[in-house]
Design a protein around this ligand. Structure first.
Ligand code: GLC
Length: 399
């Protein structure tokens, strides 16, 4: 076991070192060479979790560089952009030079907790606490117009699952659109975001993308729990209590509004219509503690069905739907960061054997193919950018 650990450690160290980018007094890790030179929010959270196993300073720097571009003024004060262009750029698309105007799954408190548990780096918590509080308050202020404790996303890029079939209808795309059409629609939507000042309510009223996304809200619940944990470490019990209540409200909302007959649904538009497109995202609710024990049991039963258990699980879309495409970006591939979220969720609910199986399969995939961005769940073939940093998260799954 020690040898195996040493081997993976070396591989992952080499991967991360090759993708490190120094920028002035900051450092971050690009997701991958050429296509992904900028900094992405949820990628960096995964990177920090990876670094905590071998480079405490870099784990901290990765998170510091994320909050460096937090919006400080205006209506969106507190938002952490999903992309930071450290060398400038993005103006043409976003109307802002240097950062995007949308966010991504909030995993930063989770990452900070995991890093701290390993490194005991108190300065990390001191520095990050206030920005993360502002970030979650921003969600409440700007992204929950109906105040149901479920935040709404205003662009598919915010979900991290850019091209998932879940978004086709909400993007007003034809059934099973081409990758080019879907990409074009995503770009066009950014112009609308600018026009509507990124106001979730107005965008929803205009019939544009406005979706309460289950996995995103579950990740937020986990992040709020971690934020409460951090507040306790910093000797702020009243704050901790407030964040814990917020986490519980989100968990309850996912349980009661999004779950039905053992399935979990994203809710689209101001009318909150169920998006009836099955995907592996529903298993991520386990990560956020958003299922009752019975709901968890039903979810795990689904997870164990053949359509979610090809040779290399877990396909983001089940293999038995006509929309499944194992080679097409977010339309059925395996993503190791998603596997990690589900693995954590399984452990949280005590499904140890299932978690172990998923860990073994994920490691086998990285072993066979290397650190690709995503993989075909039947053949294991790697696709997308290479080498992709967050795929190093398999290191965490070794234990
Ligand atoms: C793609 C993914 C997104 C990720 C980014 C950088 O856009 O869809 O989730 O953050 O690449 O890896």
């Amino acid at each position: 076991m020690a040898e195996l650990h040493e081997m993976w450690l070396k591989r992952v160290q080499a991967l991360m070192t090759a993708n490190q980018v120094p920028v002035g007094t900051y450092r971050y890790t690009r997701p991958a060479p050429s296509r992904y030179e900028q900094q992405w929010l949820w990628d960096s959270c995964f990177h920090a979790m990876i670094y905590r196993h071998f480079d405490a300073a870099m784990a901290r720097d990765e998170l510091f560089s994320v909050v460096a571009s937090q919006v400080s003024m205006g209506k969106d004060a507190g938002m952490i952009p999903h992309m930071t262009y450290w060398r400038g750029g993005g103006l043409e698309l976003w109307g802002e030079d240097g950062y995007s105007i949308i966010t991504q799954p909030p995993l930063i408190a989770v990452a900070a907790q995991l890093v701290y548990e390993k490194t005991q780096d108190r300065a990390l918590l001191d520095e990050l606490y206030s920005p993360i509080c502002l970030y979650h308050l921003w969600f409440d202020r700007r992204r929950d117009p109906d105040q149901d404790h479920l935040v709404s996303l205003i662009h598919p890029w915010e979900s991290g699952w850019d091209s998932s079939p879940r978004w086709d209808a909400a993007m007003h795309l034809s059934a099973n659109p081409s990758d080019d059409d879907a990409r074009e629609a995503r770009k066009k939507l950014v112009a609308q975001l600018i026009k509507y000042d990124c106001d979730a309510e107005r965008l929803g009223d205009a019939g544009l993308f406005h979706v309460e996304v289950a996995d995103f809200n579950a990740i937020r619940a986990a992040d709020l729990e971690s934020l409460a944990w951090i507040a306790d470490q910093l000797g702020k019990p009243a704050d901790a209590q407030k964040w814990r209540q917020k986490a519980a409200a989100t968990q309850l909302a996912v349980q009661t509004k999004m779950s039905h007959d053992g399935q979990v649904f994203d809710l689209s538009g101001r009318a909150e219509q169920r998006i009836a497109v099955a995907s592996a995202s529903e298993f991520v609710v386990l990560f956020g503690g958003c299922a009752t024990p019975k709901q968890a049991q039903q979810l795990v039963a689904r997870l164990e069905m053949a359509q979610f258990q090809p040779e290399y699980p877990i396909p983001t879309s089940p293999t038995d739907t006509p929309l499944f495409a194992g080679d097409r970006y977010w339309r059925g591939n395996v993503w190791l960061n998603v596997n990690w979220l589900i693995w954590k969720g399984l452990l949280r609910y005590g499904y140890t054997a299932q978690a172990q199986h998923l860990a073994e399969k994920s490691l086998a995939l990285a072993e066979k193919q290397g650190f690709h961005e995503y993989f075909n769940p039947h053949t294991g073939q790697g696709f997308g950018s290479f080498p992709h940093s967050w795929s190093g998260i398999v290191l965490d799954m070794l234990a």
